[in-house]
Design a protein around this ligand. Structure first.
Ligand code: NAD
Ligand code: AKB
Length: 310
């Protein structure tokens, strides 16, 4: 696991250890891991951009599969586009080369709804569509998808990928994306009873609760190889809502909750992305399914954040 300390990695690592055994899932990140990961199985500080160390680590530990989650997300990528491009592409290419050189048997690399752009149909965006992203994050993810498909076709590497929508979770804070507002809003609702949204009230985006994203990832990785017909990345839709609708869902539990709106540079990123996603190809190929909607996710988010707050 590369990127085990991040929003997804901190939960996916635990789930993989539950399935394959703590000692069989080697967790790595540039930064310290949460105690639950660091203390219960192998963990190493490792920079995925350091290809020599990455290779030594993989050989020494007889690594057979890699989940590479290291990336600069959309908001941070607009703050430092050149670095984001270099990091996002080198992190992926080092992993692909590792797979080719060591003959690894499976790779997971996440893409994003950010591969779509302002010229893509916004509602029910299909698996195959116009892709002209105008954010650095989206450009790097689209290029990444092309690299993944190329390595599969050229070197027969079993690489699998999901275009995650915005992911919502309570264990680890999100890492600098545009959909982060949909996590912050729950924390602020409990702490202050109010939230100032950096996206406009009508900005609808595709989102997914973390347990559904983890399940989708495991289901994809465990599916028979002949079922995986898409080797760029699969659309994953989840649910779609805007800041006003998530605020209304919170208000059912916290009646006095107030939301105000002051959009910033992330509005333009959100405006370039789809509002809803058609994921029928993933459903047909390997039975993608979800459990949570806005109401059931809101209940769990508020309960869990209250527990954390003590
Ligand atoms: P995150 O920022 O929370 O976590 C990324 C982790 O990678 C961090 O712990 C970071 O320290 C680590 N990392 C960064 N550079 C590294 C390097 N050079 N070497 C080793 N580790 C490094 O991000 P996340 O939300 O967990 O996202 C993981 C992946 O999923 C990314 O590729 C992201 O683009 C993709 N994704 C996330 C979302 C989402 O909503 N969270 C949606 C779509 C796609
Ligand atoms: C972001 O907002 O950058 C991510 C994503 C949708 O890829 N959450």
């Amino acid at each position: 696991m590369i990127g085990c300390s991040g929003q997804i990695g901190s939960e996916l690592t635990i789930e993989l250890r539950n399935i394959y055994g703590n000692e069989n899932v080697f967790a790595t990140d540039l930064k310290e891991a949460p105690a639950e990961i660091r203390d219960n199985g192998p963990f190493q500080i490792l920079d995925v951009l350091d290809e020599k160390r990455l290779q030594h680590y993989a050989i020494r530990n007889k690594i057979t599969q890699v989940y590479n989650l290291a990336a600069v997300l959309s908001g941070n990528a607009e703050r430092m586009p050149m670095q984001a491009w270099n990091i996002n592409m080198s992190a992926l290419i080092n992993t692909l080369e590792l797979a080719r050189e060591l003959g690894l048997n499976k790779i997971f690399w996440p893409s994003s709804i950010a591969v779509f752009g302002p010229t893509t149909p916004r509602f029910g965006t299909p698996q195959l569509s116009v892709m002209e992203p105008n954010t650095m994050y989206g450009i790097s993810k689209l290029a990444g998808e092309r690299w993944c498909e190329y390595y599969h076709q050229r070197y027969n590497i079993d690489i699998r990928s999901l275009r995650y929508p915005g992911l919502i979770s309570y264990k680890t804070e999100p890492g600098g994306g545009t959909t982060d507002y949909a996590v912050e809003i729950y924390y602020e609702a409990i702490k202050n009873g109010s939230y100032e949204s950096f996206l406009k009230e009508e900005t609808t985006l595709p989102m997914m609760f973390m347990p559904d994203a983890i399940k989708a990832t495991i289901d994809l990785m465990e599916a028979d190889a002949d079922k995986i017909k898409v080797r760029s990345s699969y659309n994953v839709g989840g649910m779609s809502f805007n800041p006003q609708e998530i605020a209304d869902a919170i208000r059912k539990h916290i009646p006095g909750f107030e939301i105000t709106f002051k959009h910033d540079f992330r509005q333009a990123i959100a405006d370039s992305w789809p509002a809803s996603i058609d994921d029928s190809v993933a459903r047909a190929d390997w039975n993608l399914s979800y459990k949570y909607n806005l109401e059931s996710m809101t209940q769990v988010m508020l309960d869990e954040i209250r527990k954390k707050a003590g």
